[in-house]
Design a protein around this ligand. Structure first.
Ligand code: ZN
Length: 501
């Protein structure tokens, strides 16, 4: 057996442990009775510990060295060479962080999430403030252990968006901010030209569920290799390329969570189901980065699911499910309602235009906190000032302001920007897709998505983690991260819907 084969066997077993751990996590959020939570926490911790210890063991390093010798005559872009280099990168990163620091971060964030939950319920920043300070102190230590050359944030961002640099993200965000703020103001000046009242009528939950399934069947979601269940917070997870799970939630008084949530998670799932089968049980069997993953969810949710051609086809179908609720609507009026823009306090409820501003606020504040320009106690005030500056509104309380997201209490610093990177990347891909499939809009109008999915599989999905998101963007579009297609799309789409000059 070659060393590469031995390495593959070892990595496959680690992948098995991680996937069973994911299965335990999926069950916890879908079907597990509350009584199971203490035992499940122990079981998950044990599985993760076993996988981690097996991965950082000296034996893995020995096999990586020996396998590198065997693949060095191969094409550096071959699956084998990339498998070894990606695993090597993961290995080095995992070994750099001392076990005591990992344990301390787990302990502090465990407490911080509990304190945050209560603080948010009471809308009171004070009890959470010292925990946030401690979380950021530990993140500074983590960045120091991982290492960085330019910005401390680089080390944290790299965990979610390998190879992307803070300066690169910052330059792009700063470039688009004035245009986004300008667009939000121009739309606000139009008053209530468009509203989403029709989405907030009473809709039977079972029918909402069935309509969602009908859409994603047409999208190409493979039900023989995946399924959808309910959960409080929607998510996508996978235990294999051939077993991908999505979840959604249904609100009887609001159509959007189930409908657009299902389309969003399906975008993630199509990426996972589209990985090349030969990558199964290797570290390459995953998305290139969180940003690239989000580009896929946003593409199917927004670029397809909130488009006029989509509703030309699906409005009559939806009306078949809800003839009374939609009696006064047309495909056109419904499409407008689904694209209502309105500055709001809560990120997860934000529309396509305002969403990016929510993310940029968090990215800027994370850097300020990390680099010592902002103190934990001053966060709510700084938050409100930035909300006023970018969206023209001030949260009435901290629960709807700085306490709304779980990320900071969980120690997920460097995660937020990937949401907006996903939006930007989705439009870069969309431009290229429309150039390659000139009649795509007509196909969508007829409920046909096969050419679109084939394009994504051939150009993006199949590669998994072989290439970083920067490399993929170069290979697919010929350029690096570029915000121009995103701005052009928003200005054209909302300029038309809101009749902006
Ligand atoms: Zn997502």
């Amino acid at each position: 057996m070659t060393h590469l084969q031995q390495l593959r066997t070892r990595l496959a077993e680690i992948s098995d442990l991680n996937h069973v751990s994911a299965l335990a996590g999926w069950d916890q959020q879908t079907y597990m009775p509350p009584g199971g939570s203490a035992a499940r926490a122990e079981q998950s911790a044990t599985l993760q510990k076993l996988a981690h210890e097996m991965f950082i063991a000296a034996e893995t390093g020995r096999l990586l060295d020996a396998a590198a010798g065997e693949v060095n005559r191969l094409d550096p872009d071959s699956d084998e060479a990339r498998l070894v280099s990606v695993a090597r990168r993961d290995y080095e990163k995992s070994r750099k962080v001392p076990a005591e620091l990992v344990a301390e971060i787990a302990r502090v964030t465990g407490q911080a999430v509990d304190v945050w939950t209560e603080a948010r319920a009471a809308s009171d920043w004070k009890p959470f403030s010292p925990y946030l300070a401690r979380v950021f102190e530990l993140q500074r230590q983590l960045a120091g252990a991982l290492g960085y050359t330019d910005r401390m944030y680089d080390a944290l961002l790299d965990r979610f968006e390998p190879d992307m640099k803070t300066a690169q993200v910052q330059a792009v965000f700063e470039a688009i901010k004035p245009d986004l703020i300008g667009l939000v103001r121009a739309i606000a000046a139009k008053g209530q030209a468009v509203d989403d009242e029709v989405l907030r009528r009473e809709y039977d939950e079972k029918r909402q569920w069935d309509f969602g399934l009908e859409v994603i069947k047409r999208y190409g979601f493979d039900f023989k290799r995946g399924r959808q269940d309910r959960s409080v917070h929607p998510f996508t997870t996978s235990f294999s390329i051939n077993d991908v799970r999505i979840t959604t939630r249904v609100d009887r008084q609001f159509l959007s969570p189930a409908l657009f949530g299902t389309l969003h998670e399906t975008g993630h799932a199509l990426y996972e189901q589209g990985l090349r089968q030969s990558l199964e049980r290797t570290p390459l069997a995953d998305g290139a980065s969180l940003g690239m993953h989000e580009s896929q969810s946003r593409l199917w949710e927004n670029l397809v699911g909130r488009s006029r051609p989509f509703w030309k086809f699906f409005f009559p179908v939806l009306k078949g499910f809800f003839p009374e609720q939609l009696a006064d609507q047309t495909a056109e009026s419904f499409h407008r309602a689904a694209n209502t823009v309105s500055p709001s306090f809560i990120r997860v409820e934000a529309d396509e235009v305002t969403y990016g501003l929510h993310i940029m606020l968090r990215f800027e504040m994370e850097n300020d906190l990390l680099e010592g320009r902002l103190k934990a106690g001053d966060v709510p005030e700084a938050w409100n000032a930035r909300m006023q500056e970018s969206l023209g509104i001030t949260p009435p309380d901290t629960a709807q302001g700085a306490l709304q997201d779980i990320h900071w209490s969980s120690g997920l610093i460097g995660y937020f920007p990937t949401y907006q990177l996903g939006n930007l990347i989705s439009l870069q891909l969309w431009d290229k897709i429309n150039a390659d499939i000139p009649d795509l809009a007509r196909q969508i109008e007829h409920g046909e998505f096969a050419a679109l999915l084939s394009w994504l599989r051939a150009n993006l999905h199949q590669h998994g983690r072989k290439f970083t998101s920067n490399e993929l963007l170069q290979r697919i579009t010929g350029s690096g991260l570029n915000p121009a297609p995103y701005l052009k799309y928003l200005k054209a789409k909302y300029g038309e819907i809101y009749d902006l000059a």
